[in-house]
Design a protein around this ligand. Structure first.
Ligand code: CP3
Length: 349
C-alpha cells in the first residue's frame, strides 16, 4: 500500500484513480489565517518564498487542513526574471513591480550570473516538502513544481507588472520580433533548467502557468505560446522522460485544441470559461483535464457552489479528471467554503 502510486499521478498517467484527485491553484496564501500569521512575521512575499523552511511550511498549510491530492510549492512565476537579474519587488496590495525590459538593450542585460544562487532556496524548499509529506503521513499527496510560460512571464517583464491590454509587450512582439524572440528564447532556456532542477529536488509533476495565453491572436498564439511551451517540454523530457507536465493556457478558447495537440503536454488545465461538456468531447480524449470551478463561485459558497461543482464532476469524471479551479483562489474566500467543496468532491467520487 505504501508504494502505491498516488491518485493524482495515476490520472496524469491515464490510469483509473481510487477517487477524484483534487488540488486548488493558489491553495497556499492569503485566505488562510495561518498564512497571514506567518506573513506578518516574515516581512515581504519574496522573503517567505526564498526562505526554504518558511516556503515548505506554507506549502504544507493547506494540506494539513484539506488533504489535497497534490501540494504545489510556494513560490512565484516571477522568480525567473528575478534570477535573470531583473529587479523585482512585491508591493503590499499592489502586486509585483519589475524594472521594465522594453528593448534589445534591456534584454541583453539579463544573464545567468546569479541564477542558481537566487533559485537554490526553491529547490531546498521542494526537498523539505517532499520529506515533510512523508513524515507527516500524507502518502497520497504528490508534489507539484511550476513555472510561468514564456509569454506570460514576458508580459510581466515588459510591462513591469500587471496589465490589462499588454500594449508594450505586444508592440515589442509585433514591431521587433527578433528582440522579442531573444527574450522568449532566454525564458525557454531558463524555465527548462528551473523545471529540471525542481524535479531533481523532488517535484513529481510540473505545471506551466500561461495566465495571459488568451490575449493573443491565433498566429501569435502559435508563435509565442505553443512553440516555446513545446520547446520547454522537450528539454525537460530529454532529462526526465516520465515527468508529467500540465499546461494551463488560461482563456485560450478554441486554441486549447491546438495547444494540446502541438505542445506535448501530459494534461491540461481548463479555465472556467471552457464548457465542460465540450471539454469532455474534444479535449479529454486527447489528454487528462484539470479544472475548472469559477473561484468566485467558491468564494460565494452555498447551493451555487454545490450545483457548479457537481456539474463539473458529472461532465468530466467519466474520463481522466483532476478537480481544480478555473484560476487561483481569491484572497477573500472563507476557508469553510473550501471545506464545503472538498466534501462535495469526496461525496461524488
Ligand atoms: O498555487 C499556489 O498555492 C502556489 C503559489 C503560487 C503563487 N503564485 C504565490 C503567490 C503560484 C502557483 C503563483 C503563480 C503566479 N504568480 C501566476 C500564475 C497563475 C495566475 O494566478 O494567473 C501569476 C500571474 C503570478 C504573478 C503574481 N504573483 C501576481 C500578479 C501577484 C499579485 C496578485 C496577488 O494575488 O497578490 C503575485 C503575488 C503572490 N504570488 C501571492 C502569492 C501567495 C500573494 C502574496 C501576498 O501578498 O501574500
Amino acid at each position: 500500500m505504501a508504494n502505491q502510486k498516488k491518485n493524482f499521478l495515476k490520472v496524469l498517467n491515464k490510469e483509473k484513480p481510487d477517487h477524484i484527485p483534487f488540488w486548488f491553484m493558489r491553495q497556499a496564501g492569503r485566505y488562510l489565517p495561518e498564512y497571514m500569521k506567518l506573513r506578518q512575521k516574515a516581512g515581504g512575499f519574496l522573503d517567505m518564498a526564498y526562505n526554504p523552511s518558511m516556503a515548505a511550511e506554507i506549502t504544507m498549510q493547506p494540506i494539513r487542513r484539506f488533504e489535497m491530492d497534490a501540494a504545489i510549492i510556494f513560490s512565484d512565476i516571477l522568480v525567473i526574471p528575478h534570477a535573470l537579474g531583473q529587479h523585482l519587488e512585491f508591493v503590499q496590495g499592489e502586486g509585483p513591480k519589475l524594472e521594465p525590459v522594453r528593448n534589445n538593450q534591456d534584454i541583453s542585460k539579463l544573464n545567468f550570473d546569479n541564477f542558481d544562487n537566487v533559485l537554490n532556496p526553491v529547490y531546498e524548499a521542494l526537498s523539505k516538502v517532499r520529506a515533510g509529506l512523508k513524515n507527516e503521513g500524507y502518502n497520497n499527496t504528490a508534489l507539484i513544481g511550476f513555472c510561468g510560460a514564456p509569454w506570460t512571464v514576458a508580459c510581466y517583464m515588459v510591462e513591469g507588472g500587471g496589465s490589462k491590454d499588454f500594449i508594450n509587450t505586444k508592440r515589442l512582439a509585433f514591431s521587433d520580433p527578433q528582440s522579442f524572440s531573444k527574450l522568449i528564447d532566454l525564458l525557454v532556456e531558463s524555465s527548462a533548467k528551473y523545471l529540471i532542477n525542481q524535479v531533481n529536488a523532488g517535484a513529481e509533476a510540473l505545471q506551466i502557468f500561461d495566465s495571459w495565453a488568451g490575449a493573443l491572436d491565433a498566429q501569435s498564439f502559435k508563435k509565442w505560446v505553443i512553440n516555446p511551451t513545446k520547446r520547454i517540454i522537450d528539454l525537460v523530457h530529454e532529462v526526465h522522460p516520465d515527468i508529467p507536465i500540465i499546461g494551463f493556457p488560461r482563456c485560450a478558447g478554441a486554441n486549447y485544441i491546438s495547444y494540446v495537440r502541438e505542445t506535448g503536454v501530459s494534461a491540461v488545465g481548463l479555465d472556467q470559461a471552457v464548457d465542460t461538456s465540450w471539454a469532455a468531447d474534444r479535449v479529454q480524449p486527447l489528454v487528462p483535464v484539470q479544472g475548472n470551478l469559477d473561484p468566485i463561485c467558491l468564494l460565494t459558497g452555498g447551493d451555487a457552489l454545490k450545483r457548479a461543482a457537481e456539474k463539473i464532476i458529472t461532465d468530466l469524471s467519466d474520463g481522466d479528471f483532476i478537480f481544480n479551479l478555473g484560476h487561483g483562489i481569491h484572497k477573500d474566500t472563507p476557508p469553510e467554503h473550501v471545506e464545503q467543496l472538498v466534501k462535495i468532491i469526496r461525496e461524488n467520487s
